[in-house]
Structure formats: C-alpha cells, structure tokens
Design a protein around this ligand. Structure first.
Ligand code: 2AM
Ligand code: CA
Ligand code: CA
Ligand code: CA
Length: 265
C-alpha cells in the first residue's frame, strides 16, 4: 500500500469537506434527533459522510469504511484497510456554537492505526500523523509529550459523569477531579484527543465512545508518546463501543493505578 498517496488524498478530501462545512454556516440546517433528544444529526453530517464515501470508493474500491451516520459498510472485523470516519465530531457544538467540532478520519490496517487526521474546520487547523513519521499541526511538527504530575494536570472530562449516576463509579472520579489542577470539557472527543496530543490538556476520560470518535485521535496521541486505552487500562479494539482514557506517558499509569483501577467501568 502506498501510504503516502492515501495520506495525501485523505488530507485533500478533509480540506474539501471543511469548505463544504464552512459554506453551510450561511444556510439553515436540517436537524434531527437520534437515540435521545440531545443526540443530534444534521443534513451536513450526512452529506459529509457521503462525500468521503464516494471519494474513497472511487479511488480505493478495495478499502472498507466505517462511519457514524450509517452510509458506510457494516464492519464486524478490522481486516484489510478500514477508514473510520466521523464527518462531524461535536455535532451539538456545530449546531449551537459553529465551533468546537472537527472532522475525524482514522485509517487502519489489520486493526493498527496507520493514519490519523483531525480537522478543526473553524480554525483551519489540520492535525495529521502517519504512524512512525511524526505528527503535525498544518506544517508544524508537534513535540513529543513529557510526563506530568496529577497535581499539575488539566484533565478533560464531561462534568456530568462526576455527578451521582448509578451506571458508573462516579465516586472514583471525585478524588481525581479534586487532585488535578483543573478540568475542562469541550464536547468533541476528536478535539479533546487533539488537545492531549498538543499538551493543551494532560489527560482525557470518556465513558462511552465509538470507534470513529477515537480512531484518528489515538494515532495522533500515540505518535507523540501518549497512551490510549479504555478506563480499565485495556487496549481498544476499534470495532466496539468502549470507554476511553488517553494521557501523557507516566501520567496514564499513575491515574490508572491511583484512581481508576478499582472501577468497574
Ligand atoms: P458526535 O458529536 O460525533 O456525536 C461529546 O458528546 C462527544 O461524545 C462527541 O465527540 C460526540 O460525538 C460523542 N458521542 C458519542 N456518542 C454520543 C451520543 N449518543 N450522544 C452525544 N454525543 C455522543
Ligand atoms: Ca453523533
Ligand atoms: Ca463523534
Ligand atoms: Ca459525528
């Protein structure tokens, strides 16, 4: 496989998709709900997913595609080359704020992340990496992640997870939130992983995400020496839903051992 060519095509299509999204700001969105009243999808999410699928099927008919909005393939295992696409990650932000959302594309070969691309459309910031060749923000190389103590860390998590909630071990998160320097919540898993990759936050926790939410971000974070697992510290399979825990090297192990290990996530 000529990864350089795949990488170049993917980045080009992401930039084109970003232009479609920017143009959509001028018109009225069609908004529908999915699993619950706060689980939103717009016609642009669907249009962008279809845009990528038609490009990929034309250029790489042998590749498989997994996407959030249901136009792609039904995939039960990650053999061969699979594109994991989230056309808009942070749809609620896209609708309410016209910012804090991103396009996320991971390209995996036999379950191993090869390419990660996350495009912060509004800021025109393209984060991209090929495994083993470094990670970049536009043309600038990103720096490897260094270790950091919990008490000097900013941790990204959704504050509602820390509230009383019988489904999760919310009480285990209270000491972590107390010990950390600060917490943040951005509402886009892809951007929150980019923020781990760039060191803007030191760790990111989420209770339930899909493969397309994390596929690209995992490549970026790992390329810079960060660690990406579920909240139990197990490897992700990028085929099923799972919790997520991404952090700087060292910090990942400390948080896992000291705060998360006792949890039944
Ligand atoms: P999305 O915007 O692509 O749906 C914050 O809610 C983060 O969780 C976003 O990255 C969002 O992705 C993701 N997420 C995953 N499943 C979700 C759901 N059922 N409802 C809302 N957000 C979801
Ligand atoms: Ca969604
Ligand atoms: Ca998503
Ligand atoms: Ca989405």
């Amino acid at each position: 496989m000529n990864w350089e060519e795949v990488y170049t095509s993917a980045k080009q299509w992401v930039i084109e998709a970003g232009e479609i999204i920017r143009a959509s700001f001028k018109r009225t969105l069609t908004i529908r709900t999915k699993s619950n009243p706060n689980d939103l999808v717009t016609d642009i999410d669907q249009q962008i997913e279809q845009f990528f699928i038609s490009k990929i099927r034309e250029r790489y008919p042998e590749h498989k595609i997994m996407g959030e909005e249901g136009f792609a393939d039904r995939i039960e295992q990650l053999d061969g080359i699979v594109w994991l696409i989230d056309p808009i990650d942070g749809t609620m932000n896209f609708i309410h704020q016209q910012r804090n959302f991103a396009i996320s594309i991971g390209i995996y070969e036999h379950g191993i992340g090869k390419v990660g691309i996350i495009y912060d459309v509004v800021h025109d910031e393209l984060y991209h990496a090929v495994r083993g060749n470094g990670a970049y923000l536009n043309d600038q190389p990103l720096q490897p992640l260094k270790e950091r103590a919990v008490k000097e860390s900013i941790i990204a998590l959704n504050a509602t997870w820390v509230m009383e909630n019988h489904r999760i071990n919310h009480q285990l998160l209270i000491p972590l939130v107390r010990d950390a320097r600060g917490t943040r919540s951005y509402g886009s898993a892809a951007l929150e992983l980019v923020y781990v990759a760039t060191g803007r936050v030191d760790a990111y926790l989420s209770m339930r995400l899909s493969p397309w939410d994390v596929a690209a971000g995992a490549v970026l974070v790992e390329e810079l020496g960060g660690v990406v697992t579920n909240l139990k510290g197990e490897k992700l399979d990028f085929i099923s839903r799972n919790s997520l825990f991404a952090a700087k090297p060292g910090l990942h192990q400390v948080i896992l051992e000291k705060y998360l290990k006792k949890g039944n996530w």
